[in-house]
Design a protein around this ligand. Structure first.
Ligand code: NAX
Length: 331
């Protein structure tokens, strides 16, 4: 039998946490043959709720779940973890300045970076979900210098999956027949959902989505804005932000990273930019990646047209500004 993998979920008493931990305990993230030990962290005001989640995990009697640590102590939470899914953060509240929210999250990610660096297992893989996800991941990277930068990522897979979903609905085809959309840049409304390289599996082989949709107005307009604004649309409808789709996409992100992407398929991940596609190095930016043996590689050589170039640059500019704002909070 396989040794259990320790998976940390921060913000585990929150709504995404509540959807995510049972998925992990059922093997959705790491496979149905992989035992897990869940480490759940939240803050003292949520300690009782966190304990309630732990009770439910016990009550669900998940065969793969070999242990649960539920704590408000970051060191205890981070000790020995192989995977860290960072969902906890300070939410933007009505009337709050961007700088104030940034400053709260910078403080959180700075201290959790140190706890992970000192106490996580060697080669721990980190996924930041909490917003501002790209910049929180960058702060985590800066303050955990001994964790390899390739191990620190942020979630744009939900946006990627939303883009697949929009194409699937538009063409009335199963979503599993659509692949290779790309989310470029920030997990924010400046992200660029790109269908230029996406394909549809048909009985006559793989066809470009652009060619099958054959409606540039939709592809350049409503498709992009729907994906960019989907988070807000969910809040409007549910009076709560995306949770089940965020949890499911976080599982997709880690699963593909650890177990590999299928041949011929790429996914979107926020990763540390090396300057590929002329994106400034030193940002956490969402790129198309393939994964093999536990490592991601940015897909190279895709042609970028003028319209796309502008959108790649616009979202990079926003991330550069966010980075400066985050650094200004550090003193
Ligand atoms: P909730 O407010 O329901 O849960 C957040 C939890 O984090 C709370 O239980 C809170 O007590 C806890 N927390 C706060 N500070 C903490 C700290 N220092 N250490 C540990 N835990 C802490 O929010 P939820 O809806 O679950 O969303 C969580 C985060 O995901 C938010 O930042 C949200 O903006 C972000 N999202 C990111 C998405 C993505 O695709 N990257 C999509 C979904 C989601 O909006």
């Amino acid at each position: 039998a396989k040794e259990p993998v320790r998976v940390l979920v921060t913000g585990a008493a929150g709504q995404i946490g509540y959807a995510l931990v049972p998925m992990i305990a059922r093997g959705v993230m790491l496979g149905t043959d992989q035992p897990v030990i869940l480490h759940m962290l939240d803050i003292p005001p949520a300690a009782e709720a966190l304990n309630g989640v732990k009770m439910e995990l016990v009550d669900a009697a998940f065969p793969l779940l070999k242990g649960v640590v539920a704590t408000t102590d970051a060191v205890e939470a981070c000790t020995g973890v192989n995977i860290a899914v960072m969902v906890g953060g300070f939410p933007r509240k009505e009337g709050m300045e961007r700088k104030d929210v940034m400053s709260k999250n910078v403080a959180i990610y700075k201290s959790q970076a140190s706890a992970l660096e000192k106490h996580a297992a060697a080669n721990c893989k980190v996924l930041v979900v909490a917003n501002p996800a790209n910049t929180n991941a960058l702060i985590l990277k800066e303050f955990a210098p001994s964790i390899p930068e390739k191990n620190i990522t942020c979630l744009t897979r939900l946006d990627h999956n939303r883009a697949l979903g929009q194409v699937s609905e538009r063409l009335n085809v199963p979503v599993s027949n659509v692949k290779n959309v790309i989310i470029w840049g920030n997990h924010s409304s400046t992200q660029y959902p790109d269908v230029n390289h996406a394909t549809l599996t048909t009985s006559a082989g793989e066809k470009p989505v652009r060619q099958i949709v054959a409606d540039d107005e939709w592809l350049h307009g409503e498709f992009i804005t729907t994906v960019q604004q989907r988070g807000a649309a969910i809040i409007k409808a549910r009076k709560l932000s995306s949770a089940l789709s965020a949890a499911s996409s976080a599982c997709d992100h880690i699963r593909d990273w650890v177990l590999g992407t299928p041949e011929g398929t790429w996914v979107s991940m926020g990763v540390y930019s090396d300057g590929s596609y002329n994106v400034p190095a030193g940002l956490i930016y969402s790129f198309p990646v393939t994964c093999c043996n536990g490592d991601w590689t940015i897909v190279q050589g895709l042609p970028i047209d003028d319209l796309s170039r502008k959108k790649l640059d616009l979202t990079a500019e926003e991330l550069t500004e966010e980075k400066a704002l985050a650094y200004s909070c550090l003193t």
